[in-house]
Ligand binder design. Structure first.
Ligand code: SF4
Length: 233
């Protein structure tokens, strides 16, 4: 695979998980293997990719080659950015392309993934520094559970001594079975609970429910998706 469809490249502040507050350069790729009911991420294929810089917005014609994409990424100042955050959609559907791209970029890679494509992760894991993985709950996604996939994902990262943590968007519809599964998972990995936001960025779960979750899943931390409060990309 020599080219990829890109949505956008932009510099911003990491708004989720333990790396919150760091400046990252974001590369958003098209396409996803899932269709979560709450998804508000633009990942559909477009004719042009947007590159947002201090000097304005420029465009790349899709699909983009690895050489051209690496040049665009390397044009950003690496001193200003802790990581190249590769996101989507689901970036691992492009694992063959990423194998070509990542060795050409000048920043360490922070992979943002839905944590289901563990074979594809194995293919590029040596090229990745940090793995930020979702846990997908049926009560929030409207999809089936992916516990086996998430566990295999964790095993792959641990086998290669990679930094990995799991984030889970939680709604007030979370079930007792899901809470038990999260409790079990929190014994294996760092787990961050992200309470779902409303359109005006208010947390949609009561304080009582959040405390209940913390009592039931003692190892977990509650960190909202802060880029939404900061009103940044
Ligand atoms: S995995 Fe992420 S990008 Fe894909 S549909 Fe779900 S929320 Fe959207």
């Amino acid at each position: 695979m020599n080219t990829v469809d890109v949505v956008e490249i932009f510099s911003s502040i990491q708004g989720e998980g333990p790396h919150i507050g760091e400046r990252h350069l974001f590369l958003r790729l098209c396409g996803c293997n899932l269709r979560c009911s709450f998804c508000d991420t633009p990942f559909e294929k477009t004719e042009k990719a947007s590159v947002y810089t201090n000097n304005g917005t420029s465009y790349l014609k899709n699909p983009v080659s690895a050489d051209i994409l690496a040049d665009e990424i390397n044009n950003f100042n690496p001193i200003n950015h802790s990581y190249l955050s590769i996101t989507g959609g689901e970036p691992l559907i492009h694992h063959k392309f990423l194998k070509k791209l990542i060795p050409m970029v000048h920043l360490p890679v922070y992979l943002e993934t839905n944590g289901t494509l563990y074979h594809e992760l194995e293919d590029i894991i040596n090229l990745v520094s940090v793995i930020s993985s979702d846990i997908k709950l049926p009560s929030s996604t409207g999809l089936r559970a992916f516990w086996d996939e998430h566990k295999k994902f964790l095993e792959a990262a641990n086998k290669h001594n990679k930094e990995i943590f799991f984030k889970v968007v939680v709604t007030s519809q979370i079930t007792e079975d899901e809470i038990q599964q999260l409790h079990d998972f929190s014994k294996l990995s760092d787990l961050i609970i992200q309470p779902v936001n409303s359109d005006n960025n208010a947390i949609k779960i009561s304080q009582d429910k959040l405390f209940y979750l913390m009592d039931k899943i003692p190892g977990a931390r509650i960190i909202p998706q802060c880029h939404k409060f900061l009103n940044i990309m």
